[in-house]
Ligand binder design. Structure first.
Ligand code: SF4
Length: 416
């Protein structure tokens, strides 16, 4: 069943509720208020629905307190309520690039939870992929997703309220990216244009009910570290993912029209992000908005806070950006920057090109073509501490055609 069939006739209503804390009792109260404000789950889930997919954001094995993944108790509440409708429930996710879903499920406690609730937990990265056609897509003609989606009548997105270094925010529309089965399909998104591909995916599969967990949100350079947890104590929900995301963006203090994938979603006819056309129930966005919300730099080029470290991107994915950001904003030794005599130019992402300027360092397996030609940091993504030696050598004017071994040591390219 297509998203258009599932979403037809929906009204753009978004509810915003305060939880009053992050204990289970707070979440339960907030969750019930949210559903009540939306008219109740029975009114939202059509009577013909047999199988419901809950798609939580479990991008890696980090707990909900980090602001990176959703609170497992919200999954439990959803499972319990959906079961009351006599629907079959499954929980499914494909963890982020470089992380096995198993690890993410275990680290977030969701493996144990689903076992206890006797609910299937599907790893989309290991599922059988099928190519589903995308009609009138911006860039995609088809998209590779787990075949189990064909049998799901209804999708509940349980997204986290987060910043994202590529897409500015990671909310309901972005949460659908976890439906993809293979890492190479994710890479295709990044190489083609992640914003347009995301919306093409949402043309086919988008949430029928979107709930955003802003109990502990994430700010700064998300969607993982060095992003920082931001306690907001709110849940936001509705049946149109674009309208829900637009309200969340407003709470975060950013105009939804400044977020490219939201504008593209409106252009694709997914819904409205015009707040005057959305009925907002519960709290007003301005009453739950924090005084400030820190966003990542809008351009990867601006990731470095230092004049003598330049970043030259060629469509890197968020994991490489987050890894580099984590190095630049955390691991780097400020003394080395102060004493630097040379400039370093970091190439990142498969489309980055060397200009032969003699000051370049290539990072990430996407740029394996430069191994043996430039200083090269391997990994997908490279661990943040793997940059240390090569970049520090560069800042002293040394650019050995070398690589980094598993201990983070600079070694000749033929040495592991
Ligand atoms: S090397 Fe970096 S940019 Fe390339 S796919 Fe891996 S994490 Fe993404």
């Amino acid at each position: 069943m297509s998203a258009d069939e599932r979403n037809s006739g929906e009204k753009s209503t978004v509810a915003v509720v305060k939880t009053g804390g992050s204990k289970n009792e707070h979440l339960e109260r907030g969750f019930r208020s949210l559903l009540q404000a939306l008219g109740g789950l029975e009114a939202i889930v059509p009577s013909h629905v047999k199988r419901v997919l809950i798609k939580p954001n479990l991008m890696m094995g980090e707990g909900w307190r980090t602001g990176i993944t959703v609170h497992p108790y919200l999954i439990e509440l959803l499972v319990r309520e959906i079961k009351k409708l006599r629907c079959e429930v499954i929980v499914g996710e494909g963890a982020g690039w470089g992380c096995g879903s198993d690890e993410a499920f275990r680290g977030t406690g969701v493996s144990d939870l689903c076992e206890r609730l006797n609910v299937p937990l599907i790893d989309f990265k290991r599922g059988k992929g099928i190519r589903v056609p995308v009609h009138d897509g911006f860039v995609l003609k088809d998209v590779l997703v787990d075949e189990i989606l064909i049998e799901c009548d209804f999708i509940v997105s349980l997204a986290k309220l987060k910043t994202h270094c590529e897409t500015v925010v990671s909310l309901s529309l972005k949460n659908m990216k976890g439906l993809i089965t293979e890492d190479r399909e994710r890479l295709r998104f990044h190489l083609l244009d992640v914003n347009r591909c995301l919306i093409d995916l949402n043309r086919v599969y988008r949430p029928n009910l979107s709930i955003v967990d802003g109990v502990i949100a994430l700010e700064g350079i998300g969607p993982l570290r060095p992003g920082r947890p931001k306690p907001l104590g709110i849940l936001v929900g509705g049946t149109n993912p674009l309208s829900v995301d637009a309200v969340c963006a407003t709470i975060m203090g950013i105009d939804p029209r400044d977020i490219r994938h939201l504008s593209l979603a409106e252009e694709a006819g997914i819904g409205t992000m015009d707040l005057s056309a959305i009925e907002i129930r519960g709290e007003k966005p301005e009453d739950v908005a924090p005084p400030s919300y820190e966003f990542p730099p809008l351009r990867v080029e601006d990731l470095s806070p230092y004049d003598n470290i330049q970043v030259s991107p060629g469509n890197p994915c968020s994991n490489c950006i987050a890894s580099l950001a984590s190095y630049l904003h955390g691991y780097i030794d400020r003394k080395i920057i102060e004493e630097a005599t040379h400039r370093v130019n970091i190439l990142i992402g498969a489309k980055a090109k060397s200009k032969g300027s003699g000051d370049e360092i290539a990072i990430g397996n996407c740029l394996l073509k430069y191994r043996g030609k430039l200083p090269f940091v391997p990994g997908c993504p490279p661990p943040s501490d793997a940059y240390l030696e090569l970049i520090e050598l560069g800042l002293k004017g040394k650019f050995p055609v070398a690589t980094v071994n598993s201990d983070g040591k600079v070694v000749p390219v033929d040495e592991k």
